[in-house]
Design a protein around this ligand. Sequence first.
Ligand code: HMG
Ligand code: MG
Length: 298
Amino acid sequence: MSERVTIVEVGPRDGLQNEKATLSVATKVELIERLAAAGCRTVEAGAFVSPKWVPQMASTDEVMARLKRAPGVSYPVLAPNLKGYDAAHAAEADTVAIFGAASESFSKKNINASIAESIERFRSVVDAAKRDGVRVRGYVSCVLGCPYEGKIPVRNVIAMAKALYDMGCYEISLGDTIGVGTAGQARALIRAVAGEVPVAALAGHYHDTYGQALANIYASLEEGVRTFDSSVSGLGGCPYAAGASGNVASEDVVYMLEQSGFSTGIDLDRLIETSLWISNALGRKPGSKVTRARTATA
Ligand code: HMG
Ligand code: MG
């Protein structure tokens, strides 16, 4: 039996939050349902954040209400504070994600809070989630670089990852928000963080701005990480990280993993179909090399 690697599909959230076109609720719901039908067991469905800050996520309540949930599939949503958590809970989210940063400047720009303030806010979200039996995932942004501060000391990443883990997050997703990191840096980072947080609780979240994401995933795999976030068709970027391109494309990650002897449970052909469909809906070319190669005509 090949070893399992879990893909957290973040296209409907991390992808769509930064696409110029705003999709209808029906199209967002269809995207999430198609991803689940392709075999994705975790599909991040949206974000309960301020619509003034991220207008593309404003319809997350409607998306959650209309979504036909497939058995065995989890649909996390972002919840930056108690207001977001209450909305997520009202929408019957099974999992919420809190999102902090290893950079003070990014934390301020993204969630209008210092790192210390954010930890206090997150604690109230985690307490409420524990009370309600809702799982909480934690993100740390800027782990391999910040758009405002440049290089971030690894001790800052460790401190934030540990704070979120100790609070009760079941998994900590380490985000290379602006996609600048390299395999050597990713390897060193995972080694360092895994000294404080069990590697089984770490996930890699690599944006592909500099084309390094697959290499970073492979380096992280070699360090024992078995969960990676990716986005169908490589959708998106980050509204508070100018120039950041999308997450690594899910099709490319699935292809690399399956051809390297790991299993993902995801049907690559169906994922490619979904990638073509959403790219068409957004009026752009698929951001996945695998999808482009598989659909190229002579
Ligand atoms: P704030 O302005 O400091 O909030 O924003 P506030 O508490 O002062 O409230 C101001 C107004 O916002 C009030 O409304 C609140 O009700 C409302 P008003 O009275 O003015 O009409 N408000 C909310 N509305 C909806 N949902 C909420 C909410 N909270 C307050 N949850 C806040 C603070 C955190 C809300 C804001 O900064 C925000 O929404 N930030 C989210 C930014 C975001 O979503 N960024 C993208 C996701 S992070 C990411 O992409 C990185 C990641 O992918 C990993 C990686 O790549 O590194 C995860
Ligand atoms: Mg991201």
